[in-house]
Design a protein around this ligand. Sequence first.
Ligand code: CTP
Length: 472
Amino acid sequence: MNICLTDKIFKVLSEVVTGENVKAYVIGGWVRDCLLKRDHADKDIDIVVIGSGIDIARKTAKRLNPKIKVTIFRNFGTAMFRYEDYDIEFVGARKESYRRGSRKPAVENGTLEDDQKRRDFTINALAISLNAGDLGEFLDPFGGIADLRNRLIRTPLEPGKTFSDDPLRMLRAIRFATQLNFHIEDKTFRSIAENVERIRIVSAERIITELNKIIMCEIPSRGFVLLEQAGLLRIIFPELDNLRGVDKKEGKAHKDNFHHSIKVLDNISKRTDNIWLRWAALLHDIAKPVTKKYSPESGWSFHGHEYIGSKMIPDIFRKMKLPLNDKMKYVQKLIDLHLRPIALSQEEVTDSAIRRLLFEAGDDIDDLMLLCEADITSKNEAKKTRHLENFRYVREKLREIEEKDEVRNFQPPVDGCEIIKTFGIKPGREVGIIKNAIREAILDGIIPNEYKAARKIMLEKGKELGLTPSGR
Ligand code: CTP
């Protein structure tokens, strides 16, 4: 038996289809990943049946375990069930365009080859027989195996036809090229460039799924370079596309912020699989175009780009259907703070500046430091080493101060309740003022982060505000 078909599920499938005298094949990502000896991340198995996919799904599920619930999408002629770790999806072979997510019912039944040629890429159109007569045999009419060997993304049909059937496939081509480190065949790539406008009919949800997969690749910049070269980036992510280009005045040029941003993304991807930290890296300089200024004295500047950038995030996230929750706030915070450790590493650093950074970054301080280190993209090795050393020093100081003052998850040593009780007042403005005074005194290092000292500040500030402690 073929190495891809050693799991029990394939044995049962083969018995069912052979018993029913129906032809069926494993097809798509499972076959591709098996040949590439790649982990099946999501364990999706696609089965194409020359006949009723729904019928075979029901019979297979029953044989595996009568309790399995089969979900049927009659309109699409598909059915699926979950078995152990697998999601097994059955579809009847069709002549109609293969369209996931289309509201159109599947119409005409077709042969295996009809079905294969309606798929996105040759490497995804490979099938393995489940039938007793030729069990485990590959059916590869479009040269998918050779393309896997040559690391090539290519459409089975004329690319224009494949992409007009489902324009999302243009993004999928780039996503697979990035994930697998494959090359997109020239004709296929040219066709993407010609058809970019059609991406506009694809929903933001489907686009972001692909974009997130690109961001989670080992070297995501490859995908972004392809998106840019094809002309897709300006349509699906204009804010990132705007970072492209270099301006020159009086012989002074600034760096290309698009290439810098995707390099930072690559750098951080070596250190983390946290998708939101990767997003923060990609977006950290997003406000550079809108804050860009030139002056003959100081050259190019992007004042406030960290603050404006963090303010741009909600609109970008909303448009791209990214979550508008604590993940977004985390990205905003990292962008807002991304220059702070650099500033600290350049000047004579005071304890209070370190304390303030710890206080503002809280538990995200380590991620912020990772972002800052990833932000060093200089090709000058000496400069790079110097920056990294400065950051090492900042990290050391952070550790030292945190040990001493514990401001990372700052809990005021005297809280609002105590202020209210002490002065016999109602919750309101004065409580806020006193709490602030205590926090500022601790962050400035005027007092230690301790109860006794904080209570003293409370009483002093209360006096200033005309409050007297209610006798106890
Ligand atoms: N497919 C297609 N066109 C699409 C989406 C999917 O032709 N727009 C076909 C391909 O044959 C693909 C199969 O459906 O292999 C399964 O699709 P999907 O599960 O989305 O992708 P996989 O190839 O399994 O890869 P991955 O799990 O990495 O997304």
